[in-house]
Write a protein that binds this ligand. Structure first.
Ligand code: ADP
Ligand code: MG
Length: 856
C-alpha cells in the first residue's frame, strides 16, 4: 500500500464485517535521531501516518527522482511519545485482557537500533512495556492473590490447584532454601523495578473478579539460531568448565497450544519480584552471548506472563480445588531480532549461518503473515508454514486460534536505515491486514458473587465478637473494673469509735459477707457465660465444619461427575476396542483366506511347473526319438541309395559283360566262353554289409530257354511282404503265376518268367510301384538265372499326401535328384539276377533288393 507524492493517504484498513475477528494491531514508533545533525528520512504526518523519503544519496542514484511513500497504521507515535503513553495505547488493553482470561501477543519489530528493546524493556526512569505490564497486573490482582504454591504448573502447559497442606509444605521448603541471601554483590548493579517506573504512573485494570484467586508465573526464553533456550533455568554454575546451555523443544498441549517443554515457570508475587526474575534472565542472556560470542540483536527474546485464576469456594475462603475451574491466560512479550538483511551484518565464518538463520525465522514470520493474509482475503486454504521456524511455531495459536496480537514497529529515522525501514514498513502494513479471532469471554463459575467480601465481613465480625467477650477476662479496661466495683454493695464506715463499739465491726462483716456472696454469684455467672461462649465458639466451629463438609460434598460430587465421565469414556473406549477387535478379526480372517489362496495358487503353480517340466522332458524324449529315427532313416536311405547305385552299376556291368559275351561269341564260335573274372567286376565289399553271394558267373548265351509251348508262359510273381496292398486297378494280376514273397529256386525252376513288384515312395509322396520283369534261364552250373528285361512303373497317389500334387519325381524328399534315371532305365534295360542253386537267398537277395519302405 504505497502512495506517492501528494496523493492523499489511504485510510487504514477497514475493519472486517465479521465482528468475531480483529486485525493485528500494528503501531509505529519513531525514535529520536542519535545525533541531531544526522540526515532524517521519516516524517510523522499524523497520528496514523508516517512518511518515508529517500535520502539524498539514493535520490541521486535514481536520477534525482524525489520519492516519498506513506504508510498508515493503527497509531503512529512520534519521537516525543513517552513510554507511559505508548503503554496506555498498546499494552494496557492486553493486560486488561489477560486479567479477563484472554491471551495476548505483543512484539516489537524493526532493524537493530530502532528502539525495540527500549520500547519493550526501557531504561531506568523510562520503563518499557514489560515492567509496566507487570506493574499493572500486580496492581490489579494483588489483593486477590493466592498463597504461593496453591497453583502449581503441571509441566504440560496446564495448572493444578494444590491442597493447602501441600502448598504450605512447599512454602516452608522455599523459605528454608531462600534464607541464604542470593549473590547480593551483583544485585546492586541491576536496575530495580523502582528505578523503572515512578509510583504515580501506576495503573490498574478494571472489573477484576474479586471472587477469584490469582497467581502470576513468568517464563523467559531466548530463540537463537532457531534454538530455544530457557533463560530462567537454574543450572549449577561451574566457573571452570561452564556447560553450554541446553536447548528446549516445543510441544503441543491438549488444547493444541504450543509451549516450550520443560521451561521454568517462576511464581512471582509482586512487580519487584517479577522484574527481578526478568533481570536475572536478562543477565544470563548477556553472559551467554558474551561466552558464545553471539550478537544479542540476532536473537528473539520472549517473556511470557501467565496468569492463573480460579474461583474461591462457596465460603469465599479458599481456592476451589478443581482443576477444570482453573483459567490460565498468557501475555507474550517478544523482542524480535533485528530485521535487517544479512548483508548488513558482519557475515563471515560461523556468523554467516547465524545471520542467515535469523533472517530465516523472520522470513518465515513474513511468509506466514503473507499466507494468512492471502487465505483470509482470497478465501484460500494454503498451509501456513508456522513450523518452519521456532518463533512462528510458538505463536501459531495466536494466529489460527484466538487472542489479541499487537506489533510495535520501531523506526530509526536515520537515512542509513532507509532501505531497511522501507521493507519494515511494507511488512508492517501487510501484517495489519491479517485478522485474528477475537478471544471469547470465559464462563464464570456457578457460585454466588461477592463471596470474598462476605467471608471477610464474617471474619471481621467474628474477631470483633470474640474481642467483646474476651475483654472482661483480662480486666485491663478501667471502665469494666469500675462497672464491677459499682455492682458490689458499698462498704460501711470501718472506723471503730471506741472499745465498746459493737456496731461497726459486725456491720463491716455483714457488708463483706454480702460482697463475698456477690462475688461468688459473679464467678458463677462468669463461669456460666464462659460456658456459653464456649458453646458459641463450638457452634461456630460446627458451622465452619459444615461449610467444609459442604465443600467436600461438592468436591465429592465433582469427583463423582468426573468418575461418571471417565466411566462413560471408558465404556466408549471399550466399545471402540470392541469394534477394533472385530475389525482386526475380519482383517485376520481376510489375511488367512488370502494366505490360503496364495498357498493353493502356489501349489497349483508348483504342479503346473512340474507338469511343464515333465512335458518338457517328454518332448525332449520325443525329439531325441524322432531325431534318432530320422537319423536311422537317413542312414537307411543313404544305404538304399548306395545299393541302388551299386545295383545299377552292377546291372550295367552285367549288360556290358553280356554284350561282350555276345561280341566274343560271334568271334570265337565253339570256343568255350571265358568267364570274366569275378574278382575284377566284383563290386567292393562296400556294396553290402552282408556277405556277398558266392559269384557263380553271369548268365551267358546261349541259354536254355524254356519251352513256351506247354500252357504258355509261367510266371514267378515275387511280391515282398513289405508291399502295400494298394487295391487299385493298376495292381498287376498275372494268371497262373506262382506267387512268392521271396524268390526260391524251386519256383524259378518251374517258371520261365519272373516279375518283382517293388514299391517305393516317390519324391511327390506317391507310392510308385515298379514291376521288374525278367526271363528265367538255366545256368550251366545247374542253377537258375533271371535276366531282367523290362521295368514297368505304376504310380499311385498316396492318400495321405493327397495335397501334394507334384507328379514329378525329379527331386526326392531331401531335395536331391531322385531316380529320374529309373525312367531312363525303364527304356528297356535288362537286369540279370543269378541265383546259385542251393544258395541262401536271404542276405544274397537283399543285396539286390530295395530297402524296405515304411508306409508313408
Ligand atoms: P534495538 O533493540 O531495536 O536494537 P534499542 O532499543 O537497543 O534498539 O535502541 C538503541 C538505542 O536507542 C538505545 O540506546 C536506546 O536507549 C535508544 N532509543 C531507542 N528508542 C528510543 C526512544 N524512543 N527514545 C529515546 N531513546 C531511544
Ligand atoms: Mg534490542
Amino acid at each position: 500500500m504505497k502512495t506517492t507524492g501528494k496523493t492523499p493517504r489511504r485510510p487504514p484498513p477497514k475493519k472486517p464485517s465479521n465482528n468475531q475477528k480483529d486485525p493485528v494491531g500494528v503501531y509505529c514508533r519513531a525514535r529520536p535521531l542519535g545525533e541531531e545533525d544526522e540526515e532524517c528520512c521519516i516524517e510523522v504526518i499524523s497520528n496514523t501516518t508516517i512518511q518515508l523519503h529517500a535520502p539524498d544519496g539514493l535520490k541521486a542514484n535514481r536520477n534525482g527522482e524525489f520519492k516519498e511513500t506513506q504508510y498508515s497504521f493503527k497509531k503512529v507515535f512520534g519521537i516525543k511519545t513517552t513510554q507511559m503513553e505508548l503503554f496506555e495505547d498498546v499494552a494496557k488493553p492486553l493486560v486488561e485482557d489477560l486479567i479477563h482470561c484472554k491471551n495476548g501477543l505483543l512484539f516489537t519489530y524493526g532493524v537493530t537500533g530502532s528502539g525495540k528493546t527500549y520500547t519493550m524493556t526501557g531504561s531506568p526512569g523510562q520503563g518499557g512495556l514489560l515492567p509496566r505490564s507487570l506493574d499493572m497486573i500486580f496492581n490489579s490482582i494483588s489483593p486477590y492473590q493466592a498463597k504461593r504454591y496453591v497453583f502449581k504448573p503441571d509441566d504440560k502447559n496446564g495448572m493444578e490447584v494444590q491442597n493447602q497442606v501441600d502448598a504450605l509444605l512447599d512454602r516452608q521448603k522455599r523459605e528454608s532454601q531462600t534464607s541464604v541471601p542470593k549473590t547480593p554483590t551483583t544485585r546492586r548493579f541491576d536496575p530495580e523495578f523502582a528505578d523503572m517506573i515512578s509510583p504515580e504512573e501506576a495503573c490498574k485494570a478494571s472489573g477484576v473478579d474479586e471472587d477469584s484467586s490469582y497467581s502470576v508465573f513468568v517464563s523467559y526464553i531466548e530463540i537463537y539460531n532457531n534454538y530455544i533456550y530457557d533463560l530462567l533455568e537454574e543450572t549449577p554454575f561451574d566457573p571452570i568448565k561452564p556447560k553450554p546451555p541446553q536447548s528446549k523443544i516445543l510441544r503441543e498441549d491438549q488444547n493444541h497450544n504450543m509451549y516450550v517443554a520443560g521451561c521454568t515457570e517462576v511464581e512471582v508475587k509482586s512487580t519487584e519480584e517479577a522484574f527481578e526474575v526478568f533481570w536475572r534472565g536478562q543477565k544470563k542472556r548477556r553472559i551467554a552471548n558474551t561466552q558464545l560470542n553471539r550478537e544479542s540483536s540476532r536473537s528473539h527474546s520472549v517473556f511470557i506472563i501467565k496468569l492463573a485464576q480460579a474461583p474461591l469456594d462457596a465460603d469465599g475462603d479458599n481456592v476451589l480445588q478443581d482443576k477444570s475451574q482453573v483459567n490460565v491466560s498468557q501475555l507474550c512479550l517478544v523482542d524480535l531480532a533485528g530485521s535487517e538483511r544479512t548483508s548488513r551484518t558482519r557475515a563471515e565464518g560461523s556468523r554467516l549461518r547465524e545471520a542467515g538463520n535469523i533472517n530465516q525465522s523472520l522470513m518465515t514470520l513474513r511468509t506466514c503473515i503473507e499466507v494468512l493474509r492471502e487465505n483470509q482475503m482470497c478465501g484460500t486454504n494454503k498451509m501456513v508454514p508456522y513450523r518452519d521456524s521456532k518463533v512462528t511455531h510458538l505463536f501459531k495459536n495466536y494466529f489460527d486460534g484466538e487472542g489479541k496480537v499487537r506489533m510495535v514497529v520501531c523506526v530509526n529515522p536515520k537515512a542509513d536505515d532507509y532501505e531497511e525501514t522501507l521493507l519494515v514498513m511494507r511488512f508492517a502494513e501487510m501484517t495489519q491486514e491479517v485478522e485474528v479471532a477475537r478471544p471469547v469471554d470465559r464462563p464464570i463459575c456457578g457460585f454466588a458473587a461477592g463471596r470474598r467480601q462476605r467471608n471477610q465481613a464474617f471474619k471481621e465480625e467474628l474477631t470483633r465478637r470474640l474481642e467483646d467477650r474476651g475483654g472482661p477476662v483480662d480486666g485491663d479496661s478501667p471502665t469494666v473494673l469500675n462497672q464491677l466495683l459499682q455492682s458490689f454493695p458499698p462498704l460501711p464506715p470501718c472506723e471503730i469509735s471506741g472499745p465498746n463499739d459493737n456496731v461497726t465491726l459486725p456491720r463491716l462483716i455483714e457488708a463483706l459477707e454480702k460482697r463475698h456472696k456477690v462475688r461468688q454469684m459473679m464467678v458463677e455467672e462468669y463461669n456460666k457465660t464462659e460456658q456459653d461462649s464456649n458453646l458459641l465458639s463450638k457452634e461456630n466451629f460446627i458451622q465452619e465444619q459444615r461449610g467444609r463438609l459442604g465443600e467436600k460434598d461438592k468436591m465429592i460430587q465433582n469427583q463423582k461427575n468426573e468418575i461418571d465421565r471417565l466411566e462413560k469414556k471408558s465404556k466408549m473406549l471399550e466399545y471402540k476396542i470392541d469394534i477394533l477387535q472385530k475389525t482386526t478379526n475380519i482383517y485376520e480372517e481376510d489375511k488367512r483366506s488370502l494366505q490360503q489362496e496364495l498357498e493353493s495358487r502356489e501349489q497349483r503353480l508348483q504342479r503346473e511347473m512340474s507338469e511343464k517340466r515333465r512335458m518338457e522332458s517328454r518332448m525332449q524324449g520325443i525329439v531325441t526319438d524322432a531325431k534318432l529315427k530320422w537319423e536311422k532313416e537317413c542312414e537307411r536311405r543313404v544305404n538304399a541309395k548306395q545299393l541302388e547305385m551299386q545295383n545299377k552299376l552292377w546291372v550295367k556291368d552285367e549288360k556290358l559283360k553280356q554284350l561282350k559275351a555276345i561280341v566274343t561269341e560271334g568271334k570265337t564260335e565253339n570256343q568255350q566262353p571265358k568267364r570274366p573274372s569275378r574278382e575284377k567286376d566284383k563290386v567292393p565289399a562296400k556294396r553290402s554289409a552282408s556277405p556277398s553271394p558266392v559269384p557263380t558267373g553271369p548268365p551267358v548265351r546261349p541259354l536254355h530257354r524254356r519251352s513256351h509251348s506247354a500252357g504258355g508262359e509261367r510266371w514267378v510273381d515275387h511280391k515282398p511282404t513289405t508291399n502295400v496292398d494298394l487295391d487299385t486297378v493298376l495292381q498287376p494280376n498275372i494268371p497262373n503265376a506262382i506267387k512268392v514273397n521271396a524268390p526260391n529256386e524251386k519256383a524259378l525252376s518251374k517258371c520261365d518268367k519272373y516279375v518283382l513288384t517293388h514299391q517305393e515312395v516317390a519324391s511327390d509322396g506317391e507310392i510308385q510301384t515298379k514291376l521288374i520283369k525278367g526271363e528265367v534261364f538255366k545256368t550251366r552250373g545247374g542253377g537258375q538265372a533271371v535276366q531282367f528285361t523290362d521295368i514297368e512303373t505304376l504310380k499311385q497317389e498316396n492318400p495321405l499326401a493327397a495335397s501334394r500334387k507334384r507328379r514329378s519325381s525329379e527331386t526326392g524328399p531331401d531335395g536331391e535328384p531322385m531316380e529320374g534315371n529309373w525312367t531312363d532305365v525303364e527304356t528297356r534295360c535288362s537286369v540279370a539276377l543269378e541265383m546259385r542253386a542251393g544258395s541262401n537267398l536271404g542276405p544274397g537277395y537283399q543285396h539286390h533288393g530295395y530297402p524296405k519302405r515304411r508306409k508313408p
